[in-house]
Design a protein around this ligand. Structure first.
Ligand code: 2U9
Length: 340
């Protein structure tokens, strides 16, 4: 009987009335003298005496349920208006769903990653909290290198052997630990440096580093790969130049400039009237770094490069204050709605 009462309730809830006649049909079916509610109430005579009180309460509640439903159906068909209770008015305009915008750094990172993916580079990620070996030791940074200084690197107070990675090279180190050449990988991610925050410096920023190790990888491969990247990123007309440089993890090392996107090379404030702007650092992987991972430098060679995503973003969108990236100001972020 309890099951039967539940079924009737469901039936009543599902009953829709678009006309007064339909509401009346409901009344006759459920509340009429020969209706379902009366019939169910008649069952009380078959219930044992000690359960009569409890069952009586259930029957009363059932009757009230039917009456309340009838009132709703009747009300909603007044003036011949169809019932909107329990139904959706599909002619109403939808509730707008606020769609955010991709962060400019994500847009630029995705563009860079997709260019290198087309060249066959895999993507690897790693921890932001690192140990000294993966961040510094394996990268051939001497014990007294200034980057290891507390003034430049964030060390974890409770665990001084750990630090916040200062570059994503630590991810390449982990790849080299786990894999044998050929290795062709790019590592995007956030890195940390102990800097006072200003328009031109921040205590964290984003890098993309790349590493390619195989037999017969040469400086020509490095140049052509990075030239291809620049043309895809900034356009075919952009020129590049390499300047000799120094990094402990590469030898020889070079920094790459591109012709100024703003003035086309004729000289402006962005390129400080030189016609060139620096975009990334690069070089042939130092033999000691290869040896640190039991890769024979006589058999294998490789090139590596690193760039700041904020820097590429600055050149592409002319964003000249690093703090804008992390202030969460929607007036800044909404300007990138059209970008993918
Ligand atoms: C391994 C071996 C070598 C990665 C490299 C640079 C040059 C470089 C800077 C660019 C701007 C850092 O974001 S920045 O401040 N990076 O100039 N990075 S070569 O060299 C590696 C990496 C991993 C195993």
């Amino acid at each position: 009987m309890m099951q039967q009462i539940d079924n009737y309730k469901q039936e009543m809830t599902a009953f829709e009335a678009t006309t007064a006649e339909a509401a009346e049909a409901f009344r006759i079916k459920y509340l009429g003298t020969k209706g379902i509610v009366k019939a169910v109430m008649g069952e009380i005579k078959n219930v044992p005496n000690d359960q009569k009180k409890a069952f009586g309460q259930i029957l009363n509640e059932f009757k009230q349920f039917a009456e309340a439903r009838y009132e709703v159906l009747k009300e909603s068909t007044v003036n011949g208006q169809p019932s909107t209770v329990n139904s959706i008015d599909i002619s109403l305009p939808g509730t707008p769903v606020a769609i955010g915008t991709r962060h400019p750094l994500s847009i630029v990172r995705n563009q860079i990653v997709s260019i290198f993916k087309r060249l066959g580079f895999a993507v690897a990620e790693g921890p932001e909290i690192e140990d000294d070996w993966h961040n510094f030791g394996a990268m051939n940074l001497p014990e007294d290198h200034p980057a290891r200084d507390m003034q430049d690197t964030f060390y974890i107070n409770q665990h001084p052997a750990w630090l916040l990675r200062t570059h994503t090279s630590s991810v390449q180190a982990r790849v080299m630990e786990a894999q044998r050449p050929p290795i062709r990988v790019i590592c995007p991610g956030r890195v940390y440096r102990n800097e006072t925050i200003s328009a031109r410096a921040h205590c964290f920023f984003h890098q993309i580093e790349g590493l390619y190790i195989d037999e017969n990888v040469s400086f020509a491969d490095l140049k052509q790969t990075l030239y291809f990247f620049v043309q895809e990123m900034f356009g075919k007309e952009v020129k590049v130049r390499f300047r000799p440089s120094y990094f402990p993890f590469t030898e020889p090392s070079a920094e790459m400039d591109i012709s100024c996107l703003i003035c086309g090379g004729s000289g402006c404030t962005v390129c400080k009237h030189t016609g060139w702007v620096e975009i990334l650092g690069s070089g042939m992987v130092h033999p000691k770094v290869l040896q640190n991972f039991d890769i024979d430098p006589e058999k294998y060679t490789g090139f590596a490069f690193g760039m700041g995503v904020e820097r590429v973003c600055q050149l592409k969108y002319r964003i000249n204050d690093l703090r804008l990236y992390s202030q969460n100001d929607v007036r800044f972020l909404r300007q990138f709605t059209g970008a993918v």
